[in-house]
Design a protein around this ligand. Sequence first.
Ligand SMILES: NC(=O)c1ccc[n+]([C@@H]2O[C@H](COP(=O)([O-])OP(=O)(O)OC[C@H]3O[C@@H](n4cnc5c(N)ncnc54)[C@H](O)[C@@H]3O)[C@@H](O)[C@H]2O)c1
Length: 389
Amino acid sequence: MVDALGVAVVGFGWMGRVHTQAYARVRHHYPQLALRPELVTVAEEVPGRAEEAAAQFGFASTARDWREVAADPRVRAVSITAPNFLHREIGVAMAAAGKHIWIEKPVGLGPEDARAVADAVAEAGVQGAVGFNYRNAPAVEAARELIDSGGIGTVTHVRVRLFSDYAAHPEGALTWRYERERGGSGVLGDLASHGADLARFLLGDIASLTADTAVFLPERARPAGATAGHSRAAGGELGPVENEDYVSCLLRFASGARGVLEACRVSVGEQNNYGFEVHGTRGAVFWDFRRMNEFGVSRGTAYQDQPVSTVYVGPGDGEFGAFQPGAANAMGYDDLKVIEAYRFLRSVAEGAPYGATVGDAVHGAVVLEAMARSAESGSWVTVDGPGAL
Ligand SMILES: NC(=O)c1ccc[n+]([C@@H]2O[C@H](COP(=O)([O-])OP(=O)(O)OC[C@H]3O[C@@H](n4cnc5c(N)ncnc54)[C@H](O)[C@@H]3O)[C@@H](O)[C@H]2O)c1
C-alpha cells in the first residue's frame, strides 16, 4: 500500500530544483518506498520563479510567502532550500506546524540556529533530514565500512579538502552568500560544513582544533536584480565581502586521530576538488568527488611499498544498486540527492531517522563555530559537545 505524501519546496534556486528533481525520481529508484511524494506547492520570493517551477515540474500551486506553506494542510513534508538566514525561522515554523523537513546545510547561521531547528523537530515529533549529500556517495559509505571494520588498521590521520572556484571570478556577484546577516559564515558554512560532516562520519567526533581563515577577494559588485546560484554582476556598485573565502584547520579527534581540513571558494583551477585521504596503521583509503564512483585503497601487511588499488563501487556498496546494475557505470551528483530524498521519505514512512539529521547539523555547526573562534583567537579550542548549547 503506497500513500501519497504532499510535499512543498521553499526557495527555488539551485537546491530547490535539485530537491524537486529528487522527489520526481525517487520512486523510479526505490519502488519499495511506502510513500509517493506529490508536488503540492513551491514558495519563492522572486516573481515568476515559482510559476516557472510549477509549469516545469507540476507543482499543483505556488506561493510568494512560505507562511502559506506552513498553513497548508495538504503539505506534510517541506524542503527548505532558501538562503541560510531563513533556515531557522522557516525550519522551526514548519516543524511546529507538524511538517517533516528536509533542510539544506548548514541549517542556519550558527549552532544556536541549528539547535533551535533540531529542538523544534524533536518537540513536534517530525523527521528532520539535512543535505549532507557527500556522505551518501556509495564510495564514501564503502570507505567508512572499510575503516570501521579495521581494514586499514587503527586510523592515525585524515586530510579533508574542499576546493572550488565558484567564487573566484572577480565579477562574481555580492549575493547573500557573502553577507554575515544572510549567509552567516563564508566557506565555513558553504563547503567546510560538508568537510566537517565527512570527517565525523568517517572518524567520529572532533575534540579540539585550531584554524586560520582569510578573505582573498574583499569586494564584489552588487547584483542589479534577483540571483540564483553563483550569478555574475559586472560594473555594479562594489560592496564588502563580510565572510571568509578560505579556512585551514588542524583537527584532533576524540579517538586520538589527527586531521587537516582545508576549504576554499576562490581556488582558480579547482572545480569541486572535494575529497579525503584517511590513513591507518596498516593502510589508507582515498576518495575524490570528481571520480565519485571509485576509491583508492591500500591494505595488507606490507607496510612499506604496499600497493594502492582503485576500486569501482558496485551493487552492494551503499545505495549504488538502486542506480546502476554493475560497477563502473557512473552515478552523478543529483543521484546523491535522490538517495537523500529516499532516506528522508523512508524516515517519514517508518517514523525513525535514516541518513543525516538536524542533529548531525548541530554537531557540524558546533565544529564550524569552533573554527571561527579559533581563527579569531589564534589558539587551539575545545569543541563542545552539542549538548553544551
Ligand atoms: N548540499 C549541497 O551540496 C548544497 C549546494 C548548494 C547550496 N546548498 C544550500 O542550499 C541553500 C540554498 O542554496 P542555493 O545554492 O540553492 O541558493 P540560491 O540562491 O540558488 O537559491 C535560493 C532561493 O531562495 C529564494 N528565496 C530567498 N528568500 C526567500 C523567501 N523568503 N521565500 C522563498 N524563497 C526565497 C531565492 O529567491 C532563490 O531562488 C543554502 O542553504 C545552501 O547552503 C547546499
